[in-house]
Design a protein around this ligand. Structure first.
Ligand code: GRF
Length: 207
């Protein structure tokens, strides 16, 4: 049954391929997720994610890093755009820029990121390669709230992926992405349905 409440207004920030953006669009279009993507914003004009968004009629904005003096100035412009669209939840889907406190304070408990490891293990870049180099037998992915650190915010959802002995960074990344595409729309759905309760570092799920 379709929800009677108005769709939650999302903005999705991207820098690359946009397969996670695609999984969110698919969840909305199939009626699983009661949300509307007001805009997709990229710091990379060549991001394939922009092509995906346009093909689904989602407005796209490119904000290039070079147009701004630093992260704070960039983020101030970002906040103005997001406010203009009435955005309720900011989704970082492969967005390769660290947010400044300007963004974090503008959207408290309302910025989500997906990371390709089981945080707090392997934060930062090349998380899959870090997992292979460390020799862990299991890794996975994490959806978390964004705070001022790098991949340090409260954890919302995680999924476990076994590491195979012959895995490469590519093969492991591909299996992690299958799980990303499952748990990211699910975490967004929990937010949209107001089922997340924020309690310090812990995020509880109602029901
Ligand atoms: C994903 O692996 C995500 O975990 C990381 O960046 C990648 C983005 O992939 N933050 P895509 O652009 O959504 O395909």
């Amino acid at each position: 049954m379709k929800s009677l409440s108005p769709p939650c207004v999302l903005a999705v920030l991207v820098s690359g391929n946009g397969s996670n953006l695609q999984s969110i669009i698919n969840s909305i279009e199939s009626g699983v997720l009661n949300a509307r993507i007001a805009c997709v914003i990229s710091n990379n004009p060549g991001a394939y994610a922009l092509t995906r968004a346009k093909s689904h009629g989602v407005p796209c904005i490119v904000l290039e890093n070079s147009g701004y003096k630093g992260r704070k100035e960039y983020d101030a412009a970002l906040v103005e755009i997001l406010r203009g669209y009435g955005v309720e939840l900011v989704v970082l889907a492969g967005y390769m820029k660290i947010l400044s406190d300007v963004m974090i304070t503008a959207f408290p408990n309302a910025i989500m990121n997906i990371h390709p490891a089981l945080l707090p293990a392997f934060p930062g870049l090349h998380a899959q390669q870090q997992a292979l180099a460390y020799g862990v037998k299991f890794t996975g992915c994490t959806v978390h709230l964004v705070d001022c650190g790098t991949d340090t915010g409260p954890i919302i959802q995680q999924a476990i992926v076994p590491v195979m002995q012959d895995d490469t960074e590519e093969s492991l990344s591909a299996r992690i992405q299958v799980e990303e595409h499952r748990i990211f729309p699910e975490a967004i759905r929990l937010f949209v349905e107001r089922k997340l309760v924020f309690s310090g570092r812990c995020v509880l799920i109602k029901g």
